[in-house]
Design a protein around this ligand. Structure first.
Ligand code: NAP
Length: 322
């Protein structure tokens, strides 16, 4: 039985990856940081099937001990300070976790068991002020947030450990991916949850930032399969993972509200307080390398993703009403 360690298992992607790996017969170990309140909603349904261990990307010895104890065949680093607006408010913390945390984990692997295969969750935010459209594996980076800068460091240190120490360490340059398990502060979930609250009479408006921002949005469940495929390859290589389609926040609102039988224009207010200090430009993936080499393609369309999220939020919010 193969063992996989997932950092950030209680997050959106961690929970989908755990579901996926359990389905493949893996022994799944999930690292969580200690909290005074337990936040395991996303993994409650599989809590008895996985090993949950405490560790923190800030803390080198906790990482070494976890790798020593479980000797995972594969490590998926999904932990990060992942909320981009917060990275302007807490840039040093973001760098410590999202950038330096990756070096700490790679060091633990190098020192304890260099045969471990390592996946790093990189981000399309590294392209930021885009140098080309669409973006592929050779498009230069120009990150536009402390988060994007931290992810660019993490991406390069992953490549550097691969080249310096011959580790099987790879980076997936992930474009935005969403789901009913997306955090409530992210724009897609703000829209589907906010729309459901309006529909059920719990709110009468939804305030958002720039409605013209465009993103390449896919379904998180599809993206975790790409992570796994990358670690099953013969050669360690980096891949862009995305849908190759882009939509604006306005289009997302339009589709989500119309699924609810509402017109978004009656409820959505554009509020400059939610604008980023600097915006990314047209983020659009070219995932052709992933298709060609991994045989990976997204299965869930933009429209289906929105329907899935709206239906889940409607059922969640309706429990508050009854
Ligand atoms: P998420 O829901 O925010 O999950 C991140 C997880 O990391 C959380 O469980 C969090 O724990 C954990 N974490 C944060 N700081 C930690 C620390 N110091 N030590 C240990 N764990 C820590 O993010 P996600 O959407 O699943 O994304 C997974 C990864 O993919 C992240 O690295 C993200 O940056 C990257 N990514 C995501 C997207 C996307 O669109 N979703 C796109 C590109 C890249 P708590 O639960 O305790 O907060």
């Amino acid at each position: 039985m193969r063992t996989a360690l997932i950092t950030g298992i209680a997050g959106q992607d961690g929970s989908y990856l755990a579901d996926f790996l359990l389905g493949k017969g893996y022994n799944v170990v999930g690292m969580v940081r200690r909290s005074s309140t337990v936040t395991f909603e996303r993994i409650r349904h599989i809590q008895d099937e996985i090993n949950i261990v405490q560790g923190d990307l800030h803390d080198q010895s906790s990482l070494v001990e976890i790798i020593e104890e479980f000797r995972p065949d594969e490590v998926y680093n999904l932990a990060a300070q992942s909320f981009i607006p917060l990275s302007w408010k807490q840039p040093v913390f973001t760098g410590e976790v999202t950038a330096m945390g990756v070096t700490r984990l790679l060091e633990a692997i190098r020192l304890v068991n260099p045969a471990t295969r390592f996946f790093q969750a990189s981000s399309s935010e590294m392209f930021g002020k885009v140098r080309a459209v669409p973006q592929n594996e050779s498009t230069p980076f120009y990150p536009r947030s402390p988060y994007g800068v931290a992810k660019a460091y993490a991406h390069w240190v992953t490549i550097n450990y691969r080249e310096s120490y011959s580790l099987f360490a790879v980076s997936g340059i992930l474009f935005n991916h969403e789901s009913p398990r997306r955090g409530l502060d992210f724009v897609t979930r703000k829209i589907t949850n906010g729309g459901a609250r309006i529909k059920l009479g719990l709110a009468d408006e939804l305030r958002l930032g720039n409605l013209e921002s465009q993103r390449d949005w896919g379904f998180a469940g599809d993206y975790v399969e790409a992570m796994w495929l990358m670690l099953q390859s013969d050669q360690p290589e980096d891949f862009v993972i995305g849908t190759g389609r882009t939509h604006s926040v306005r289009q997302f609102c339009e589709a989500a509200f119309s699924t609810l039988g509402l017109d978004y224009q009656d409820y959505v207010v554009q509020d400059e307080r939610f604008y980023r200090p600097v915006e990314t430009e047209l983020l659009l993936s070219d995932p052709s390398k992933a298709k060609e080499i991994l045989g990976w393609e997204p299965k869930v369309s933009f429209e289906k993703l929105i329907r899935m999220m709206v239906e889940s939020d409607l059922s969640l919010v309706s429990k508050e009403v009854t």
